[in-house]
Write a protein that binds this ligand. Structure first.
Ligand code: MF3
Ligand code: CO
Length: 248
């Protein structure tokens, strides 16, 4: 069931989304070679507590971290650990926070030190895919239009789109309907209407789109070991514009 949000709920999600954007910015600033991803996760937990919110991923279906930290060929659901960040790592931090029963979800990707050409390229493609997915998420368009926009950007750039994981509605729960695949056909699927709040999240790879889940039951990595990238925003669809809630 798709839950449309009131203006009041969207205003609260906007404030929470700005706070999430600041938390992710802080994490990016703090991330340094030699720091463990578990330490970064502790910072995520304390910064989230500071704004009076909860880390929604913590304990979700038994997930042990406060946020997901995925490196290089790991595309999503990386578990914070004793792994030290190294120069040249591509880091993605996916964080979902909740306050007053409202949830927002966002993911940033960046490198430790200067990015390689391949890293620059995949981050640029992912960021353009996210921007195009958001731009088309307007009343009168469909969920298939979002997938089609994302897939077109990604595949025309020679990258591939992960199939197993999708974006989603969000707001009164971390995951709401509809599912939002990063591939699809225009003018198909659920109609987009004002009041929808959506997490749009291209998950893309440099090589083949096949992923493998580690024995921990979470860590999703590219089967060919090649680079991947993930970026995400929570947006609210209004009559005349689509507002990115998770930016400063
Ligand atoms: N942020 C993820 C999403 O976009 C969910 C995290 S799964 C969890 O749906 F287990 F880590 F919570
Ligand atoms: Co999400």
């Amino acid at each position: 069931m798709i839950v449309l949000k009131t203006a009041e709920e969207i205003a609260k999600m906007r404030l929470l989304g700005q706070q999430l954007a600041r938390i992710l910015h802080t994490l990016k600033q703090q991330a340094k070679a030699g720091m463990t991803t578990a330490r970064l996760d502790e910072i995520a937990a304390s910064e989230t507590e500071l704004v009076g919110a909860k880390c929604a991923s913590h304990g979700y279906r038994g997930f042990p971290g406060h946020c997901c930290i995925s490196l290089n060929e790991t595309v999503i659901h990386g578990i914070p650990s004793g792994r030290e960040l190294e120069e040249g790592d591509l880091v993605s931090i996916d964080h979902v926070i909740e306050r007053d029963g409202l949830f927002v979800d966002s993911t940033i990707s960046f490198t430790i030190g200067l990015p390689s050409k391949a890293q620059t390229r995949i981050m640029e493609v992912c960021s353009r895919a996210l921007a195009e997915g958001i731009a088309i998420a307007r009343p009168g368009k469909t969920i298939g239009d979002i997938g089609n926009a994302v897939q077109s950007v990604v595949e025309s750039s020679g990258c591939s789109v992960i199939r197993e994981f999708v974006g989603h509605g969000i707001g009164r729960a971390m995951h709401e309907d509809p599912q939002i695949p990063n591939f699809g056909r225009s003018e198909t699927g659920v109609m987009i209407v004002p009041g929808m709040t959506l997490a749009i999240e291209p998950m893309i790879a440099e090589g083949s789109h096949h992923v493998r889940i580690a024995k921990d039951g979470w860590t999703a990595s590219m089967a060919d070991g090649k680079l991947s990238c993930h970026m995400e925003h929570t947006v609210a669809v209004l009559e005349n514009e689509t507002v990115v809630l998770t930016k400063i």
